[in-house]
Write a protein that binds this ligand. Structure first.
Ligand SMILES: *Cc1c(COP(=O)(O)O)cnc(C)c1O
Length: 429
């Protein structure tokens, strides 16, 4: 194997990383392997994972059951085009997703990433109204502080400030925005919380195809948790104003918030649902957009009679087989109890830093723990401190957050929390 320094230098010169620059001066760590909740760096250091590779590796790394699912599928085929052909892993996974999601969702479109699942959802909503001869209903309405991905459609409905809409102002589709609710998860939704969205609907519903939002937890746009009552009222308003509801569960899906899907906190069903991230347990890139029978029928019976989207790697068999195995692992485990235990440990543990002058808020929901600071962190100095403390935590802006794999033991979780507390205590106010 190449020396670590040579690898790092070539990476620095030629390889882009997420939200980074070529020849950036923020540290990058070469990984040799990962096993369970432990990431082994090339220099031999071992880190406890607090990120689940951005919400996805819920069962940890190198899981024997997921490894077996991939290698079994590999013997039949790694990939086959989905135009005019189908296969068992895709059909089985679609049926399973229909079964575990809210009842009105009956159809599944497989996409290659979360962002693409969002593009598909937006196009479905627009095609639905087009098929009903209401092509003027083509705008999306959303709330601020959202994040739906990095492609142009997804970006157009993500937070204008966090998403740097100014940079792409001449290209980006102009969508409609309402202030996000201020009610926390446990608070009631007040008339002030819902009024901005309701006013937008009142004024513009004739142009609106759908509302799109993340249910209960707004992720990359600020790690904000809001009240299930708000989501219930959004659902009622969508029905009242004849607007579709697209729920983005790409981050929240598969147990992370304590329910299998976060919209279950509000006991509502969307018209369109987007899934991704933990769908394959973090093994392969795969996402899905589910829609109601009514949407599917309307698109089929209207012009042009087809849904106009079809990725080359749609329903990749390796990814579908892995997703099926991951879902089975999850559903056959006591995941509710597991997530509740993680929630209690995070809530008790992280509370210790709530009184620091530089800490604005500490909040926990399900297996998500958030420490919000008053000021943005300096990633360049903070990242090495987490690594030196033996944990993998990737803060952004004012947020230090934890979303460990569900398989983390209580000893490991306490080690992770202790390391984070130590680093947070050291941050200059
Ligand atoms: C990560 C994320 C996306 C985008 O998914 P990618 O796979 O990165 O394209 C969309 N919505 C939410 C809520 C996400 O967290």
């Amino acid at each position: 194997m190449q020396s670590q320094n040579a690898l790092l230098e070539q990476d620095r010169q030629h390889v882009w990383h997420p939200y980074s620059a070529i020849q950036a001066d923020t540290p990058i760590y070469p990984v040799k392997s990962a096993q369970g909740v432990r990431i082994t760096l090339m220099d031999g250091r071992v880190l406890i994972d607090g990120m689940s590779s951005w919400w996805s590796a819920i069962h940890g790394y190198n899981h024997p059951v997921l490894n077996q699912a991939i290698s079994t599928q590999l013997h039949d085929m790694a990939h086959i085009m989905f135009g005019g052909l189908t296969h068992q892993p895709a059909v089985d996974l679609a049926l399973q997703l229909v079964k575990i999601t809210p009842e009105p969702l009956q159809t599944v479109f497989f996409a290659d990433s979360g962002s693409v699942a969002i593009e598909v959802a937006m196009k479905m909503a627009i095609q639905y109204w087009y098929a009903k001869n209401q092509s003027q209903k083509a705008k999306l309405l959303t709330i601020r502080h959202g994040y739906h991905g990095d492609t142009f459609g997804a970006m157009s409905v993500s937070d204008p400030v966090n998403g740097m809409h100014s940079l792409f102002a001449n290209t980006l589709i102009k969508q409609l925005f309402a202030a996000a609710p201020n009610c926390t998860f446990t608070q009631p939704c007040t008339p002030e919380d819902i009024a901005p969205l309701e006013n937008q609907l009142k004024e513009n519903h004739a142009q609106i195809a759908a509302i799109i939002l993340e249910p209960i937890v707004q992720g990359a746009g600020g790690m904000r948790f809001y009240s299930p009552e708000y989501l219930q009222q959004v659902r009622e308003l969508c029905t009242q104003y004849d607007v579709l509801l697209i729920v983005d569960e790409i981050a929240t899906g598969f147990g992370r918030t304590g329910k299998l899907f976060a919209c279950e906190h509000a006991e509502i069903a969307p018209d369109i649902l987007c899934l991704g991230k933990a769908l394959t347990g973090g093994y392969m890139t795969l996402a899905a957009t589910l829609a109601t029978q009514e949407i599917a029928d309307t698109i089929r019976l209207g012009e042009p009679g087809l849904f106009m989207h079809g990725p080359t790697f749609m329903a990749n068999p390796l990814a579908c087989a892995t997703a099926l195995a991951s879902l089975k692992l999850l559903l056959n485990s006591p995941w509710q109890q597991t997530v509740r235990t993680i929630e209690q440990t995070l809530a008790t543990g992280l509370q210790a830093c709530a009184h620091y002058a530089h800490v604005k808020d500490v909040r926990v929901l399900g297996a998500i723990g958030v420490i919000e600071l008053h000021h943005p962190v300096d990633l360049k100095t903070l990242q090495p401190k987490f690594v030196d403390a033996g944990v993998w935590v990737r803060p952004f802006n004012k947020l230090i957050y934890l979303m460990p794999p569900f398989i983390i033991s209580s000893t490991e979780l306490n080690q992770l929390i202790d390391a984070v507390l130590k680093v947070v205590a050291d941050i200059e106010p």
